[in-house]
Design a protein around this ligand. Structure first.
Ligand SMILES: Nc1ncnc2c1ncn2[C@@H]1O[C@H](COP(=O)(O)OP(=O)(O)OP(=O)(O)O)[C@@H](O)[C@H]1O
Ligand SMILES: [Mg+2]
Length: 360
């Protein structure tokens, strides 16, 4: 097991900078998750660590060793891809044992390890089958098992669960977490799935356009996003962004006004009559009881029952983008209803519309 450290790693393909100035250190035994929009450089970072891609500049360490010039197969990391490639002519057991055999492990170490891995991933009854006789989800678990059986210094996983159906995905995610608790192998994991990021990560790395936006524990990323990109990327349904204009003491949001928290008035003094973005999470928007005023008026345009709650979209007069909120299923909201919306001012975020910087 080993720490993984990246120091100012940059990778340029022809004229495209895929990743720029990436610096972070995953301490030995931790589980880190990388997230970000498609094309932001997640796979490039993993492939660089694995040695499948060479960094254009910067230093890469696995343990105490600088590995920039070390070939992939000598780095002792196991990578699991979204498009797992199993050997079609080998049985599940042979696929699981393959990495160990290649490294010259003795048969009496291989056998018990294969059995243990197969048991924990629910593959024990499939050991004699060939990959062609397995479902997609089973194949994916064999690919995971093959990496786990090797017990490498580190795991690099690129969306390893994305081919599984929802139920299997939940189960395998829980299995992975337990496995990590048991083995404690340093892991860097890429996903598009917010639940996976929030539940698995010791630290989340949020990337955009090849650059790190924020690194932090899941709750911190959620509660204290560093900027507008992180704020709107993490959270489902995503945070609402309202384009507003600041006037002394208040924000104009479309045709309505919203009081400005007094603590912010000093920050906003240089921005009088200028545009500002207000952020509010859907779960923080409340529907005020009928007859009570003081909130923002909005008209419901769409009602989407999700089971445990109902996602409501409503239009604020003079605002192009609808606002999303979550209502309890027993709140009978219908398209066309006029609602008075309230939110705690402590739940509001303030962003510079030009730079996306968080202003408070
Ligand atoms: N071999 C290559 N040649 C040229 N450009 C590349 C190459 N590999 C990746 N890129 C570019 O580098 C950027 C980052 O790609 P990367 O695959 O790392 O993104 P990603 O975050 O993994 O995206 P996704 O979520 O879609 O998998 C993209 O703009 C991509 O087009
Ligand atoms: Mg990718």
């Amino acid at each position: 097991m080993a720490r993984i450290a990246l120091e100012q790693i940059t990778r340029i393909f022809n004229a495209t900078t895929a990743i720029a100035d990436i610096t972070f250190e995953v301490p030995d035994g931790q589980f880190w998750v990388m997230v970000g929009p498609s094309g932001c450089g997640k796979s490039t970072i993993l492939r660089t660590i694995a040695g499948l891609e060479a960094a254009t500049s910067g230093d890469l360490y696995i343990g105490d060793r600088r590995v920039n010039e070390v070939p992939a197969r000598q780095r002792d990391v196991a990578m699991v891809f979204q498009n797992y490639a199993l050997y079609p002519h080998m049985t599940v057991a042979e696929n699981l044992a393959f990495g160990l055999r290649m490294r010259g492990a003795a048969a009496d170490t291989i056998q018990p390890r294969i059995e243990a891995v197969a048991k924990s991933l629910d593959l024990a009854h499939l050991l004699d089958r060939k990959p062609g006789q397995l479902s997609g989800g089973q194949q994916q678990r064999v690919a995971l098992g093959r990496a786990i059986a090797r017990q490498p210094q580190a795991f690099l996983m690129d969306e390893p669960l994305s081919n599984l159906d929802a139920q299997l995905r939940d189960d395998t995610r829980a299995e992975l977490k337990q496995l990590h608790q048991r083995l404690g192998i340093t892991t860097i994991y890429v996903t598009h799935d917010q639940t996976e990021a929030m539940t698995l990560a010791d630290q989340i790395v949020v990337l955009s356009r090849g650059r790190i936006q924020q690194i932090g524990p899941p709750q911190k990323i959620y509660r204290q996003p560093a900027n507008q990109m992180v704020a709107t990327f993490i959270g489902n349904p995503p945070m609402n962004l309202l384009s507003a204009v600041y006037h002394p003491g208040k924000f104009r949001v479309g045709d309505q006004a919203l009081p400005c928290p007094s603590a912010w008035q000093a920050i906003l003094q240089t921005r009088i009559d200028q545009p500002i973005n207000l952020g509010i999470r859907p779960e923080q928007v409340q529907i005020a009881p009928a007859g009570e005023d003081g909130g923002l008026m909005a008209q419901v345009t769409l009602v989407e029952p999700l089971g445990r709650e109902t996602l409501v979209r409503a239009r604020l007069p003079g605002v192009a983008r609808p606002i999303s909120l979550l209502a309890a299923p027993e709140q009978a909201v219908q398209v066309g209803d006029r609602l008075s919306l309230r939110f705690d001012e402590r739940a509001l975020f303030l962003f510079d519309p030009q730079t996306g910087d968080r202003l408070h």
